[in-house]
Design a protein around this ligand. Structure first.
Ligand SMILES: Nc1nc2c(ncn2[C@@H]2O[C@H](COP(=O)(O)OP(=O)(O)OP(=O)(O)O)[C@@H](O)[C@H]2O)c(=O)[nH]1
Length: 816
């Protein structure tokens, strides 16, 4: 017999009924029971004390249970329950050596432990060996009868018990063949079965529904050791593949997977100790629940510590991980597969429920990482969209087309990326993230659209501003009858052109007609606004413009040459024309006329401010009705009024006051011109003088002395004329001129004579070469010097001289 490798038996339950938790765990690890799944069997042996049970097990299974020393006498060696692994038997077979029954050590009445251990053995074992002496068969007082009774009684306490094989091992068989012994034994067993009180449900249940009864007889180990060993070797064969169909083991209902064996045994013993009934199927579920839970927790913990998962989790915090879904699914699958592999033999319902729980727990654990991944995908897609959209717009693609194409392609990219990130085990919904992305993309499109439209609007507004401001200003500057029609024409033309170009420019923005119409209307309004603003601006400068226009027309003739206020100029008519032109300007500036509505402003103004019959300004304050005493014009809305009637009146008054001086100056200049030009006698008098004075004139010409005297007299008179500023004195009238001259005449003559005397004395005292005698030229310059001297002595004279120069160029001409 091949005993294989022996290992030390473990004391599973001690004599006091204490379960050896640590011992069984250690034992399970030693024999690697957890790896066996359902491929293991449990055998236990019961029987009277010192009936050679340990001896049989050691020979049968190659175990190392303590045997009683034959030479020391029959006393109890096995206390409680021991467990060992059978050597060299497949599948893995565990064997339990139970404390012998009927022991003197516990006393006659202490059968509690016997019952408990019997129930434990029946609950845990597939095969129960019942060791009995051959000579007990058929005996009324057989040692194993109470044992069998106990076995059958406790069997009733197992709900839906598994069918256990009871292998009766008849020890020290006699010459009586087994064929004769077995029926007697079975009869004994049946009798005991019948005598056992059963619950109502099992009153009629036959023995073979609970037990497979097998019988084997062995020779005495002590007397016929060789035969004993041979028979044991033969019996051992029956334990090979005991759990296979038709094997020695009973049915395998409610069998606990090997990894749950220790826990199951522990719980069964606990229940037995508490003297409760043992519901094996419920127990199996309980064991499965606990074990599956344990396995699931172990797998969860190992997943948390899994290196691949940790790396993936860390990576996804900072950046998107390509193939995230596949990688995570693989790690999850590996973990769940490990769970399945370990929990596979436990109750199906419990196992799958726990697997689901584990899966949920794991998915809960990885959810934040998945969400991070989705966040990366969303933000990455949005960034990509922005870039592609901007590029498409820069590349000249139409706005709507670019928005649609980019949106579609990037939503598809998002869906693909989500697919790549999706975890096989989870059915997570990405619609919320997708919706958010869609909203972000739409918001971006809307923002870009608003910016582009605003850009376009600003561009067209700037163009309109440039196209309208200058020309409108120029048109208003030359205010006339055609000003507003021309402005209207300009406005219409520029607006039409701008609106049609704007319409083409915004056609790519896929806008509804209403919005489009509104935008074009806004542009039109803007154009009108530009014109109106310009008109307002010009209206603010109307007084300056009026004065400019007045002075331009007043001071320049029809050829734009500066006027000389000679006598022939009609100042009154010129003033009237210039004022009318200024009034025209005022009437043009008074209101905005972009709507081609006729108004009566010009007429009202000219009637109210200029009296056409007399050409003089009418003083309306004296009349009963003043059409300008109003703040609105008839037929002109106040929004279109630039200068109200009252303001016009006030402006006109100011204008008049400020231009009056110019007119006065002109009149004065003309008067001066007239008086300057009147010093010569009339032509007929000159003609008469020539005719009548011809003889005297000829006499003078014939006598050079006369000519010299006349010349000196002329010079003297001329000097006096200049000194006395005779033309200047008479400018203010004849009488004031005569009075002024009468007071100045004598001193001036005296002064002249004194100068002449001084000049006459000089040749006698001075070097005649350095001071030559005065010639006619030096005398003339002396006159000039006198004038200069006089000017230094009398500012009045200087101003008079200057005045003469200014007002009478003819005098100047004569002087030169
Ligand atoms: N007559 C007889 N004696 C045997 C046989 N086998 C073993 N013995 C003897 O019986 C005595 C008890 O043997 P164990 O194997 O210790 O018996 P046990 O039933 O395990 O004893 P406990 O564990 O104390 O209940 C030993 O002295 C053995 O030599 C047998 O087949 N026939």
């Amino acid at each position: 017999m091949d005993k294989g490798s022996e290992c030390c038996p473990t004391h599973l339950i001690d004599g006091d009924g204490t379960f050896n938790d640590d011992g069984i765990e250690k034992f399970m690890k030693e024999v690697k029971l957890a790896e066996c799944g359902l491929s293991y069997a449990v055998v236990s042996i019961m029987g009277p004390q010192s009936s050679g049970k340990s001896t049989l097990l050691n020979h049968l299974f190659g175990t190392n249970f303590r045997e009683m020393d034959a030479f020391k006498g029959r006393s109890q060696t096995t206390k409680g329950i021991w467990m060992a692994k059978c050597a060299g038997i497949e599948p893995c077979t565990l064997v339990m050596d139970l404390e012998g029954t009927d022991g003197r050590e516990r006393g006659e009445d202490d059968t509690a432990f016997e019952k408990q251990s019997a129930l434990f053995a029946l609950a845990v074992s597939d095969i129960v060996l019942i060791n009995m002496w051959c000579h007990d068969i058929g005996r009324e007082q057989a040692a194993n009868k109470p044992l069998l009774k106990t076995v059958f009684q406790v069997m009733m306490r197992l709900f839906s018990p598994r069918k256990t094989t009871l292998l009766f091992v008849i020890r020290d068989k006699t010459r009586t063949p087994l064929e004769n012994l077995e029926p007697v034994l079975r009869e004994d067993i049946q009798k005991i079965w019948d005598s056992v009180p059963k619950p109502q449900a099992h009153k009629e249940t036959p023995l073979n529904e609970f037990f497979n009864v097998e019988v084997v007889a062995l020779s005495s180990f002590e007397e016929k050791e060789e035969q004993f060993k041979e028979q044991v070797a033969s019996l051992r064969q029956r334990f090979y593949h005991s759990i296979a169909p038709g094997g020695l083991a009973g049915d395998r209902r409610a069998v606990v997977p090997a990894s749950g064996f220790s826990f199951s045994a522990q719980q069964i013993w606990k229940i037995i100790k508490e003297n409760k009934d043992l519901d094996l199927p419920a127990h199996t579920v309980m064991v499965a629940t606990v074990r599956c839970e344990e396995i699931a927790n172990e797998k969860h913990a190992s997943f948390v510590a899994n290196e691949d998962w940790c790396q993936l989790d860390e990576a996804v915090q900072s950046h998107p991980v390509p193939g995230f879904g596949k990688k995570l699914s693989l790690i999850l699958n590996a973990c769940l597969s490990e769970y399945d592999a370990e929990a596979t033999y436990f109750d199906e319902g419990v196992r799958s429920a726990k697997q689901k729980q584990l899966e949920e727990k794991l998915l809960q654990l990885v959810l934040p990482a998945y969400q991070s991944m989705l966040g990366h995908i969303r933000s990455g897609t949005l960034d990509g969209f922005k870039e592609a959209f901007d590029k498409a717009l820069t590349g000249g693609e139409g706005f709507s087309m670019a928005a649609r194409n980019c949106t579609e392609s990037f939503m598809t990219l998002f869906d693909e990326a989500c697919e790549d990130a999706s975890v096989e085990q989870a059915n997570w919904d990405t619609s919320k993230v997708r919706d958010k992305l869609r909203r972000d993309i739409d918001a971006r499109v809307a923002a870009v659209r608003a910016a582009k439209l605003s850009e376009l609007t600003t561009l067209f507004e700037t163009r309109l501003n440039e196209a309208l401001s200058g020309p409108v200003e120029a048109l208003l500057d030359g205010a006339g009858d055609d000003t507003w029609p021309a402005i209207r024409k300009l406005l219409w033309r520029e607006t039409e052109s701008a609106v049609s170009k704007f319409s083409i420019a915004i056609s790519g923005f896929d806008m509804d007609e209403q919005t489009k119409g509104q935008m074009m209307a806004n542009l039109e309004d803007y154009a009108r606004g530009v014109v109106e603003a310009k008109a307002k601006e010009e209206a603010g400068r109307v007084l300056i413009r009026m004065k400019d226009r007045f002075s331009t027309l007043f001071s320049h003739d029809s050829d734009s040459m500066p006027r000389v206020w000679s006598a022939k100029e009609d100042i009154r008519a010129i003033t009237k024309t210039a004022r009318s032109a200024s009034l025209k300007l005022l009437s043009v500036m008074a209101a905005i006329r972009l709507d081609d509505n006729a108004d009566n402003i010009e007429n009202t103004l000219s009637l109210a401010l200029v009296d056409s019959r007399t050409g003089a300004v009418t003083n309306k304050s004296t009349t009963s009705h003043d059409p300008l005493a109003s703040s609105t014009w008839d037929e002109v809305p106040s929004s279109k009024t630039l200068i109200t009637p009252v303001q016009c009146k006030s402006l006109w008054r100011q204008f008049k006051a400020e231009t009056e001086y110019t007119v006065t100056q002109a009149i004065a200049a003309q008067e001066a011109s007239k008086s300057n030009n009147n010093w010569l006698p009339p032509p007929w008098a000159i003609f008469a003088l020539v005719i009548l004075g011809f003889n005297e004139f000829m006499t003078l010409l014939r006598n050079p002395l006369y000519v010299g005297v006349i010349f000196v007299a002329f010079l003297l008179i001329k000097a006096l004329w200049v000194q006395l500023d005779i033309s200047g004195e008479f400018r203010n009238g004849a009488l004031p001129g005569l009075l002024s001259l009468s007071t100045k005449f004598l001193p001036t003559v005296m002064n002249l004579l004194r100068k002449l005397a001084e000049e006459g004395q000089m040749p006698a005292t001075a070097d005649p070469q350095r001071n030559p005698p005065p010639t006619s030229k030096s005398f003339q310059s002396g006159v000039t010097n006198n004038g200069a001297l006089s000017s230094s002595g009398s500012s009045e004279v200087t101003s008079t001289e200057n005045g003469a120069e200014d007002s009478s160029p003819s005098i100047k001409d004569k002087m030169t």
